[in-house]
Design a binder for this molecule. Structure first.
Ligand SMILES: Cc1cc2nc3c(=O)[nH]c(=O)nc-3n(C[C@H](O)[C@H](O)[C@H](O)COP(=O)(O)OP(=O)(O)OC[C@H]3O[C@@H](n4cnc5c(N)ncnc54)[C@H](O)[C@@H]3O)c2cc1C
Length: 499
């Protein structure tokens, strides 16, 4: 059982002058005067985008100024690139699923170019620290027909090792993806959600957060071999964690290993940049918010630059777990740890001896690992092959890769770049969720949804719901059956228009 430790960030010192219900009901029915968003990743930029898009409907509240605060000098957050030896690679969020509809719409809206992975099949090896437990075939031939034959042969090899469990894994993932697709339904059939739990229950995803991936997959009839090898390799690559993550985070992670994956030519961060540029936003780069105080009907945000801003609505679009923002009055959210993923980029060449091979060409392009003590990395993959003796690699690990360790694994190292990401939640089924509305008023939290799963698309989906939640609560109208308006709450204190 996950510990549902509720912690209070600061003791309750200031009591709001009105009850939350009274203040929400008395919200300005002429519109939202000002919105402050903390964080310019896909979550924060999507909130701005959807607020602008939806408020252009004259029947909905208008939205005045939108400010986005970003402590870094660039937008994008965990969508970031790294340059190594003159080439640029994704350093954080790299791939999108073909059914990530918000990301696809943003790409089209912003005129960005889609980058598809190379059609040539890449080789995979599952390493246990001493030997490859499984290895697909590799070939240098670039002939499409040869690549096709190779791909079929590798599928057969997989089937011989894991059997029909592979199909059961596919069905498990497909079911979760289908449930998630409900978040793209129109306003008529999709309520506005006040809590993450409601949102997940409505889509049929909540139960997946109550049990571990391992429990879900055993029940789905997967063999222990598939779970301890291929599934583990995937969860270690995508979330740096074992199959004890929740079933939902696991399903999302497995979906991220299928076919048709894509990214944005030139870097995924351009989605955030484009949304910010098209949303009539005042962007404050290099401005870190250190305190948020609720005063009479507005929030006062103070930054480390000594500036102060007033906003009617405030949206936190960053995980709060490692931040030191002071809230007044204090907020209370469940304790959550972030999983740190160390991403190391090396331009150089692997040592074949480290993998018990005679030549580098015998090392698979993607080396994934199982859960074994003392394994120093989760995966090593080739990002770019300049020649047989010169490549750029990406390594994921749970601990920093020290120079001595890298020298043990690499025979040549021309350049090394290290990034320590507070990457995603350390998943712990059954998951407990922070509220979307941190104070019951107009302080919102996009990354409450990250306990369900952490991806660019899940952030956009949560952001879209928050934009609707803000507008529906500002409309000040009570939904009625006869008008066909719907709320996700039954008899709740805050009633929503179905936007
Ligand atoms: C190594 C790695 C690989 C990943 N791979 C994938 C992948 O392949 N596909 C995928 O879909 N997802 C992937 N993810 C997950 C994905 O990156 C995140 O789920 C998503 O980008 C989160 O976006 P966000 O906007 O919610 O948060 P963030 O991107 O973290 O944005 C929050 C922003 O808030 C800023 N901020 C924080 N505090 C303050 C403050 N006090 N004042 C001002 N600004 C502040 C931060 O600087 C940051 O820019 C990966 C993540 C990592 C780390």
């Amino acid at each position: 059982m996950a510990s549902a430790l509720i912690f209070s960030l600061f003791s309750l010192l200031i009591i709001p002058s009105q009850s939350p219900q009274a203040e929400a009901a008395s919200a300005n029915t002429n519109g939202v005067k000002s919105v402050c968003i903390i964080g310019s990743g896909i979550g924060g930029s999507s909130v701005a985008h959807f607020l602008r898009q939806y408020s252009s409907d004259p029947s909905l509240p208008s939205v005045g100024d939108i400010r986005i605060f970003e402590r870094n000098g660039v937008v994008g957050g965990r969508m970031a690139t790294v340059s190594i030896a003159g080439d640029t690679f994704e350093a954080g969020a790299s791939i999108l699923h073909p059914k990530n509809l918000h990301a696809l719409n943003f790409t089209q809206f912003l005129n960005l170019r889609i980058k598809k992975p190379s059609s040539a099949s890449f080789s995979l090896g599952i390493w246990d620290g001493t030997q490859f437990l499984f290895k697909t075939l590799d070939s240098n031939s670039k002939f499409p027909i040869f690549q096709k034959i190779l791909s079929y042969t590798n599928s057969l090899l997989m089937f011989f090792r894991y059997g029909f469990s592979l199909m059961r894994m596919g069905s498990f993932v497909e079911n979760a993806v289908d449930c998630f697709s409900k978040y793209y339904m129109g306003f008529d059939s999709r309520p506005v959600f006040e809590t993450v739990e409601e949102m997940l229950k409505w889509a049929g995803l909540f139960n997946f957060t109550g049990r571990t991936l391992q429990e879900e997959l055993v029940d789905a009839g997967l063999s222990p071999l598939l779970i301890t090898e291929l599934v583990t390799v995937i969860t270690r690559i995508n979330y740096g964690q074992s199959v004890s993550i929740s079933g939902l985070a696991g399903a999302v992670s497995l979906a991220g290993s299928g076919g048709g994956l894509w990214s944005i030519e030139g870097g995924n961060w351009q989605i955030a940049a484009g949304l910010v540029n098209h949303s009539d936003v005042v962007m404050h780069l290099h401005e870190e918010i250190e305190s948020i105080s609720h005063l009479q009907g507005f929030y006062e945000l103070n930054s480390t630059k000594g500036n102060s801003y007033s906003c009617e609505v405030t949206v936190v679009a960053s995980p709060l777990d490692e931040l030191n923002i002071r809230f007044s009055p204090p907020i209370s959210i469940p304790a959550r740890k972030l999983q740190h993923t160390y991403t190391t980029f090396v331009r150089g060449l692997l040592k074949p001896e480290y993998f018990g091979r005679n030549s580098v060409s015998e090392i698979p392009e993607l080396v994934g690992t199982i859960e074994a003590p003392d394994l120093p990395f989760s995966s090593i993959s080739v990002l770019k092959k300049y020649s047989e003796k010169d490549m750029t690699y990406k390594i994921f690990s749970r601990k920093p890769m020290a120079d001595a360790l890298l020298d043990h694994i690499f025979s040549v190292r021309k350049e090394t770049v290290r990034i320590n990401w507070g990457a995603y939640p350390h998943y712990n089924a059954p998951e407990v969720f922070a509220p979307f509305m941190l104070d019951g008023l107009h302080l919102y939290y996009v990354n409450a949804f990250e306990n369900a799963a952490s991806t660019m698309e899940t952030s956009a989906v949560a952001a879209e719901n928050i934009a609707r939640l803000i507008l529906s609560r500002f409309s000040g109208q009570v939904p009625s059956r006869s008008s066909g308006l719907k709320s996700s709450t039954t008899g709740g204190e805050f009633l929503h228009l179905d936007l």
